[in-house]
Design a protein around this ligand. Sequence first.
Ligand code: URP
Ligand code: ZN
Ligand code: ZN
Length: 460
Amino acid sequence: MSILIKNGHIVTAAENFIGDVYIEADQIAAIGKNLSYQADQVIDATGKLIFPGGIDPHVHLDMPFMGTSSSDDYSTGTLAALHGGTTMVIDFILQTQGDTLHNALHTWQGKSAGKAYGDYSYHMAVTDFNENTRQEVIQMIHEEGITSFKTFMAYKGALMIDDGQMVDLMQTVRDNGGLVTVHATNGDMIDKLIAKHRAEGKLSPLYHYLSQPEITESEASARFSDMTFYTDCPGYIVHMTCEGALNAVREATKRNQRVFVETCIQYLILDASLYEKDFDGAKWVMSPPLREKKDQASLWAGINQGLVNVVGTDHCPFMWEQKLMGKDDFSKIPNGHPAIEHRMELLYSEGVDKGKISLNKFVEVSSTNAAKIFGMYPKKGTLAIGSDADIVIFDPNKKHTLSVDTHHMNVDYSAYEGWEVTGKTETVILRGKVAIDKGEVHIEKGYGQFVKRGATSVTA
Ligand code: URP
Ligand code: ZN
Ligand code: ZN
């Protein structure tokens, strides 16, 4: 099977020109002007953007969490992602404390095998580090192609590891060519504030926000950065929300050290005023919480300064019925919100169309940097000869409105209901096959493949 895409506006993290892309089987075979290959299918992309399929390195599919499970599984979640131009996701395997990494891996392989539409990989969350885990970490990197290890500095009793375990893990990961990622908030400070608010009868979603002030995130981000400096291990802070945390990383650059930073689309465009809507605010109960307008400005600036490398989603959807588990107590509201489908379009609309970031920056933070940081570049994350033909054809002028009535995520409300977006994903090609065309699905469940990864190919 071959496809020739003609006359599109080709965008990568570095380039920007009108041209053609020729695909043979599952890879890009040629890129240039006026290509004259005879192809099985020709797509006229005049007036459209052509860019690499999005990579969302922060999603939670079918994940047991806070007494329930996230409502998108590998099938609904990766299909919704494809509808929005994201061709690959990296999900999180959670080690059960007291159990092995291999048992957790087998559980997640059972959730994903034969079910995914889009491509996927796993980060391994280490929630219990000991001598056995150390050996397993080495095996994950060299045998399974799982090279990134997630840690939690919060969620004590379920997911959190202490600083001693963190340093031990970092030393092992560094010696074996991997990367440590982190949920960087101070769990003990947050738990104290939660207990205080509950004791005072302050139980609405607003108190979720007030239990996680900015200092809890900036303190942990600084501590994590110091530990990566001490161990010389590559580090990556997930879902960064605020100016204080970004400044902690900025501080690390003064000693010529850098930590990779991910923010998520919601932190760039939503703010904490949503928690003032009584229980409706539960739709945006996530950790860390939404912040202030000044934090949005810092994060957009951080993207342009190259301090924020990736925009993900932390997609962790729950049905309204599940959110109601916390109707009388904010601490029982399952944390997370749905966004896997909307990341690319919202980032284009709010970022590129409104003049906050360039087209090249858009590609860099929505795809290329994730591929480089997580060890799969240039197979993924760019348009180049020999790369996987993961391609989005995007109408930059088409306006549409986000709604629960039209989204494909398995969740019965939208966190972006009524949001007007400029720019729409029109056609999505995954490994040389048209997967989505004008809203229609052309691949089968199970087409999505697990992607083995290598070492980070960039320094932060
Ligand atoms: O609220 C969130 N972020 N839920 C998912 C788990 C996590 O901390 O990333
Ligand atoms: Zn987290
Ligand atoms: Zn997360």
